[in-house]
Design a protein. Structure first.
Length: 158
């Protein structure tokens, strides 16, 4: 697992594509998939925050996704689609780690583009794998997806 900063160092172009898709609506918007205690998947909209070259999510204290991440830290984050056919997609998966450091919390709250509340719980999203999807020949019988993938660790790449 790596931080966003380490991912961006290894794959600067892919990281910039991801940043632009995460923040394409001004505020960070994505779907966060977590694992429920019974093993079933759960999907939630979230407002990811890029702060000091790290990727975070702020979650309300009573949210089921908070309990999911504390029980099983695995996550998948998928950008919101653009309101047009064939819009690019960006996906990140890994583990979410609880962050309690006050200086980090203060920096993330300052960088958040949404109306974050001080009661929210902060998780840093550590990255195992990334995928950017582009579409060719949109709305034709020849429509196909093109994937650029990256994985953390030795030999990771697209």
């Amino acid at each position: 697992m790596v931080t966003w900063k380490e991912f961006a160092g290894a794959q600067p172009e892919l990281a910039e594509t991801g940043r632009s898709l995460l923040l394409q609506f001004g505020v960070g918007l994505a779907f966060l998939a977590t694992v429920r205690k019974d093993g079933a998947p759960r999907l939630h909209p979230v407002c990811p925050v890029l702060s000091n070259d790290h990727l975070y999510v702020l979650i309300t204290p009573t949210s089921p996704k908070r309990y999911d991440l504390l029980h099983d830290s695995r996550f998948a984050l998928q950008t919101f689609p653009q309101p047009k056919p064939g819009s690019d997609e960006f996906y990140v998966a890994g583990k979410a780690l609880l962050v309690e450091d006050l200086a980090t919390r203060a920096a993330v709250f300052q960088d958040a583009k949404h109306m974050a509340d001080a009661s929210e719980v902060l998780f840093e999203l550590w990255i195992d794998r990334v995928m950017h999807t582009r579409w060719e020949n949109v709305l034709t019988p020849q429509m196909r997806s093109l994937h650029r993938k990256w994985r953390a660790g030795p030999g990771g790449g697209a």
